[in-house]
Design a protein around this ligand. Sequence first.
Ligand code: SAH
Length: 242
Amino acid sequence: MKSKLYVVGIGPGGKEFMTEQAAQALNESEIIVGYTVYADLVKKYYPDKEFITTPMKREKERCEIALTKAQEGKTVAMVCSGDSGVYGMAGLILELGEKYKEVFVEIVPGITAASSGAAVLGAPLIHDFAVISLSDLLTPWETIEKRLHSGAAADFVICLYNPSSHKRSDYLEKACDIILEHRNSETICGYVKNIGREGQTSEIMTLKELRTRKVDMFTTVYIGNSQTRRIGNSMVTPRGYR
Ligand code: SAH
């Protein structure tokens, strides 16, 4: 019989955001593999499991470890934050998994940051939206710029992942400048930091104000379309119901 490797999206933070399917996959697994920060989020709920963690930027190594352990006959879970299929490990596991004929891979989805953060702000993603990562580690910056221009020109609500890091502290400003070529500076925007985790904070502001905000890598940013409004303390994109 083939052994199993689950690629599990654990949602943004605490266990209340995890699906029943994800909790079951972790329960069934003997070994849980993941980036240190995400593994730590689930460790307290599964103290009896064996944990194998690797630091950031060691994704390939992390996947090979998970696949090798599964090949040896263990039931393994690779944990990712949010959804395992949105900037998660599901793709790389399936790519590398081709070589591991004895391993059956099952992808378990989770609540992605775009959804969980949207709920904190109100309802910014009610209509068509584009998700763009500002990380240029794996995508050339020219491509990111092209996508920002296209999304902004087409009046998509834009949700930004990886808006900043130590080395890229001005990327959000650059992205706002591109979007400002297509959109009014008073456009309603918002961000949520540490969604579902300790220290969750959020703010709603204009595009002009967002441009100078300092955000970190645990932040998800929302840029409204031409219809997005602030209703009380909520960011809302109307869908056009009459
Ligand atoms: N697979 C994840 C995304 C990984 S990319 C998902 O589906 O949510 C990492 C980026 O996701 C971060 O830079 C941030 O923009 C966003 N993110 C993930 N978890 C977050 C959280 N708890 N709070 C705020 N943003 C988060």
